[in-house]
Write a protein that binds this ligand. Structure first.
Ligand SMILES: Nc1ncnc2c1ncn2[C@@H]1O[C@H](COP(=O)(O)OP(=O)(O)OP(=O)(O)O)[C@@H](O)[C@H]1O
Length: 636
């Protein structure tokens, strides 16, 4: 038996490994399974290129076995194995120096990451959970099997042993503080988390299935009924993984249903079907495959669940793809798989990394292209998706200039009468009716069809279209649209009386003289709270309401932008609500107010003001009670 000293330059690496990345202890299993997978794929490669004559791969698989009594965990592969010399080289030198380097580099930076420790610790990560590790291996070459063992001190033992089958078995003597890793449910959970798409099949125990070669006998009972013998059950290997997940296949080999089935496989607890998907497949200047799905926005959408999963060669790494996938696409679902994303580095490094930036740019471009192609090929379907996807697209238009340029051509704006129009269509179709006397196209919008019904109605009566823009970031978006489209201005339909929103040349003559107006204005001002209302006398159509409450566009938009962040003026969301009370000097009731005695005047103003508030949903509490009482008095 050979004994040796692992070439230690760090005083003692094992206590460090044990302490390291406390919360990430579980990754030892993924590391060992990755080694077994590599060993199997390497052998397969050697066979393919004729370097392993007479060797057959068979249905090589990995196996994970728990020995609860012996407190051991076995990871077994049928890969290329190692000779004694190779164990010396790969385990005592390469694996060790890998672990040493890794720890040296990151021991002070554990808190810096979230992603550190995802890869790179390798074979020696076994010591995070084991007090002793044995490695028994037989090379595919004609050489004796060897057993290496190490109890966590820098000393190891290496001896020849008997082992019939080719491959490597790792035996972990699970440490007292890590006995959870002897629980079947724990190991099964880890295998599902990290290895459910592993490239080589993994056996974990057996499962019972009906014997396909057994025909249950049917016998006739005395009472004439038939009785079927119970089906014979047999034990078969419980293979926990799918070695060929959809994203590794060619898009041309997949049908729409295959994508849907994969979605279900990925998120078994998600019952909503995805809207559509995007298959990513690039090999230059970086390698990346994957499938991203646009989900249906469910009402109680839990953003935290079912996120995009990042894999490296079919091994799960993380579902925190921040920095790799642009923020606005984090609501998508699916998988990306790339060997080119550096994982054992901090997030800030990741965001500055050139390759990662390219990946993020590529994903954005693919998404924009896919959306554009659906829009062009099947506008109706695209309109059907719009309500579910608009938040993602609008957010993208605001956060990524390149995406804006593409999306600006297909982003849709619904009208209150159920049409969907693009910005170019708005400019084309609305311009005749809605260009004001100064040559500006005024685009009217509403945030709430019900609450702003009367304003929408007045606009429609004039032949104007009103957009229905109700997403939370709409004020930012229209600000962006105004800055990129000359002579186009957006205004909410309740921002003023319709004749003031789109000013045409035809001036309406006021029935009240200037003196009468000067007399009326202070009377009304005295009757309404002046901290919230600015009284404005306007000559309008005599059929228009006498009093109209409007919400000035500029103030409201700045407040909204300030409330949703990234615009407006700081602190504006806390300013009191400001309204205009527009008084229609051509409405006969307004003349009546002017000519009434003081008591009647007050009664008329209160009633008209309350009605105006009512139509804006602003009449509440005591004011509403008084209004109802007063109204009953009037109809008595
Ligand atoms: N099951 C195995 N079968 C054959 N060789 C193995 C096995 N496990 C480890 N090795 C050898 O030991 C080497 C070191 O393993 P280790 O896991 O530390 O690093 P790695 O796999 O090279 O890289 P990584 O840091 O990504 O895990 C491997 O490169 C491989 O040559």
């Amino acid at each position: 038996m050979a004994k040796g000293n692992i070439n230690v330059s760090v005083e003692n690496i094992f206590p460090l490994i044990k302490k390291f990345l406390y919360s990430d202890h579980e990754i030892f299993l993924r590391e060992l399974i990755s080694n077994g997978t590599d060993a199997t794929l390497k052998l397969q490669h050697l066979i393919t290129i004729g370097e392993a004559e007479g060797v057959e791969l068979g249905d090589a698989k990995l196996e994970v076995k728990i020995d609860k009594e012996g407190k051991k965990l076995h990871i077994i592969d049928q890969g290329l194995g190692m000779t004694e010399d190779e164990v010396e080289k790969y385990i005592n030198q390469i694996a060790f120096s890998g672990a040493e380097e890794f720890i040296e580099k990151y021991k002070d930076k554990v808190e810096d990451s979230g992603i550190i420790g995802h890869f790179g610790l390798g074979f020696y990560s076994a010591f995070m959970v084991a007090s002793k590790v044995e490695l028994i291996t037989k090379s595919y070459k004609d050489a004796p099997a060897v057993k290496w063992s190490c109890d966590g001190s820098p000393n190891y033992e290496l001896e020849e042993v008997e082992k019939a089958e080719r491959g490597t078995e790792i035996i972990l003597h699970i440490a007292e503080d890590s006995e959870e890793f002897l629980e079947e449910s724990k190991i099964s959970g880890l295998l599902t988390k990290y290895n459910r798409f592993n490239q080589v099949p993994i056996k974990f125990g057996t499962k019972k299935v009906n014997d396909p070669n057994f025909e249950p006998k049917v016998t006739k009972k005395e009472d004439g009924t038939e009785e079927k013998e119970p089906h014979k059950q047999i034990d078969v290997d419980n293979i926990i993984n799918n070695t060929n997940p959809a994203w590794t296949k060619k898009p041309s080999d997949l049908e729409a249903d295959d994508y849907k089935n994969f979605y279900r496989e990925l998120y078994p607890m998600q019952f909503e079907e995805p809207l559509f998907n995007i298959h990513l497949n690039v090999d230059y200047p970086f390698n990346l495959t994957g499938i991203l799905y646009f989900p249906k926005l469910s009402k109680n959408m839990d953003m935290q669940k079912d996120k995009i999963q990042l894999y490296q060669n079919q091994v799960f790494v993380t579902d925190n793809v921040e920095g790799i996938v642009p923020d606005f696409l984090q609501m998508l679902k699916g998988v990306i798989d790339s060997p080119d994303i550096p994982l054992n580095v901090s997030r800030s490094y990741l965001q500055a990394d050139g390759a990662v930036k390219k990946i993020s740019g590529y994903i954005t471009k693919k998404i924009a292209d896919k959306l554009s192609s659906i829009y062009k090929k099947d506008r109706q379907a695209f309109e059907g998706y719009w309500d579910d996807i608009k938040v993602i697209i609008e957010y993208g238009m605001l956060s990524d200039e390149k995406f804006f340029e593409k999306a600006n051509k297909f982003a849709l704006y619904p009208t209150t009468d159920g049409q969907y129009v693009t910005i170019d269509e708005i400019k084309e179709q609305f311009k005749d009716a809605q260009t004001d006397k100064d040559g500006k196209l005024v685009v009217l919008y509403s945030a709430n069809k019900q609450a702003q019904h009367s304003f929408i109605q007045s606009a429609n009566d004039k032949g104007y279209k009103v957009l229905l823009l109700d997403s939370p970031i709409v004020s930012h978006l229209i600000q962006k649209l105004e800055s990129t489209n000359e002579n186009v201005t957006f205004v909410r339909v309740d921002a003023d009386h319709i004749d003031n929103l789109i000013k045409k040349d035809d001036n309406i003559i006021s029935k009240l003289s200037d003196e009468e107006k000067d007399k009326l204005k202070p009377i009304i001002e005295a009757a309404v709270p002046k901290e919230n209302y600015t009284v404005q006398l306007e000559a309008m159509d005599s059929n228009a309401s006498p009093f109209i409450i409007t919400v000035p566009e500029f103030m409201r938009r700045m407040k909204e932008m300030s409330a949703t962040g990234g615009g407006g003026m700081f602190g504006m969301e806390n300013m009191p609500e400001m309204y205009n009370l527009v008084v229609n000097t051509n409405n006969p009731l307004v003349s009546d107010i002017l000519n009434a005695d003081e008591e009647k005047q007050q009664g008329l103003i209160s009633q008209a003001f309350d009605l105006a508030k009512l139509s804006q949903n602003l009449l509440h509490g005591e004011d509403l009670t008084k209004f109802i009482k007063r109204s009953y008095e009037l109809i008595k």
